[in-house]
Write a protein of this length. Structure first.
Length: 278
C-alpha cells in the first residue's frame, strides 16, 4: 500500500521536493502539503505514515516515531525564516506579550529556550492569526516561514532577531527545526516502503543540488522575492542530517528538558541507521 507522506508547504522545502514537482523523479507514495504543526498532528494522529515533523514534536513523541537519517531542515547559523520581531531587545522582554502562531512547534519552543535560558526572561505568549500584522503595530511577534522573510523586507534590521543566529551565538550549535520521521507502527509494518520513500527524497535533494536554477525558479513562482534572495537563502539552510546537525538537535533537546518542555531527553540519533543506504 502506498505510504501517506507529508511535505512542508513553505518555500524552504523546495530543495527536497522540486524534482518530484518537475516530474524528474517519481515519489513512491502520496504527498500532502501543510504547515509543520498540522503535519505533526497528522503523523501523530495516524493520518500520515512518514513526514517531516518539527524537531520539538519528535522530541515529545520519540517513543511513537522513528527518527530517520540523512535529511533535516535547519541552519548552520542564520536561518532567515524563523525570527522574532521586537522593538525591545530580547533581554528586556520579561512579562512583555509576544504574538505567535501555531505553525511551528520548534520555532515557538526555541524562542522559549532562548528567552528563558539565554536571557533569563519570561514573556507572555499570545496566540495570533496574523502575527506579522501584530508586529506592524509595534508589538513583539514570532514569525515563521515566508512571513518571517517578509519581516526582513518590512521592518528595520535592528528589530528583527534571527533565532538561528541567537542560538548559534549562545550554544555554538546548529539549529534543526524539522526532521523526517515515520510512525513506529508504519516502520515496523513495512520498513522497505519507508526505505524507498527515503531513497526518493535523498535522490530528489541530490538532483536539486545540481539544478538549483530550477529550484529557485520554482520558489520565485511560489513567492516572488528580490533577485538573488533565494540563492542566498538556500545557501544558509542545511538539509543534511549529519553529525553536526545531530549534535545541534541533541543540545536543543537538553535545553527543552531544562525548561520543562519535554519530560525526558531522547537520543538525537537516527534509529533506522542504514534506511537510505543502497
Amino acid at each position: 500500500m502506498s505510504l501517506r507522506c507529508g511535505r512542508i508547504v513553505y518555500t524552504n522545502d523546495l530543495p527536497i521536493y522540486t524534482a518530484f514537482d518537475e516530474g524528474v523523479i517519481a515519489y513512491p507514495g502520496t504527498l500532502h502539503a501543510d504547515v509543520p504543526a498540522r503535519l505533526n498532528a497528522m503523523l501523530l494522529g495516524d493520518a500520515l505514515d512518514l513526514s517531516p515533523v518539527s524537531a520539538f514534536a519528535w522530541a515529545q513523541h520519540a517513543d511513537e516515531l522513528v527518527l530517520l537519517p540523512d535529511l533535516c531542515i535547519g541552519a548552520r547559523d542564520e536561518v532567515v525564516s524563523v525570527v522574532l520581531v521586537s522593538q525591545t531587545p530580547p533581554a528586556l522582554l520579561d512579562e512583555v506579550p509576544i504574538a505567535l502562531i501555531g505553525e511551528s512547534a520548534s520555532g515557538r519552543n526555541l524562542l522559549r529556550v532562548l528567552l528563558e535560558r539565554r536571557y533569563g526572561v519570561r514573556p507572555r505568549y499570545v496566540e495570533a492569526d496574523r502575527p506579522l500584522d501584530v508586529a506592524a503595530t509595534g508589538h513583539a511577534a514570532l514569525l515563521i516561514g515566508d512571513s518571517a522573510i517578509d519581516a526582513l523586507e518590512r521592518f528595520p534590521r535592528e528589530h528583527v532577531y534571527d533565532l538561528g543566529r541567537l542560538w548559534h551565538e549562545w550554544s555554538g550549535q546548529q539549529t534543526v527545526f524539522a526532521v523526517w520521521a515515520a510512525r513506529r507502527d508504519a516502520y515496523e509494518r513495512d520498513p522497505e516502503a519507508i526505505r524507498e520513500c527515503m531513497h526518493a527524497l535523498t535522490d530528489s535533494y541530490t538532483w536539486s543540488r545540481s539544478h538549483m536554477d530550477v529550484v529557485i525558479a520554482a520558489a520565485q513562482r511560489a513567492k516572488p522575492r528580490a533577485p538573488g534572495f533565494y540563492e542566498t537563502y538556500y545557501g544558509k539552510l542545511n538539509f543534511t542530517f549529519h553529525s553536526a546537525a545531530q549534535s545541534g538537535l541533541g543540545a536543543f533537546c537538553r535545553e527543552l528538558h531544562e525548561i520543562g518542555a519535554i519530560p525526558t531527553v531522547p537520543h538525537a540519533l537516527p534509529e533506522a541507521i542504514g534506511v537510505v543506504s543502497r
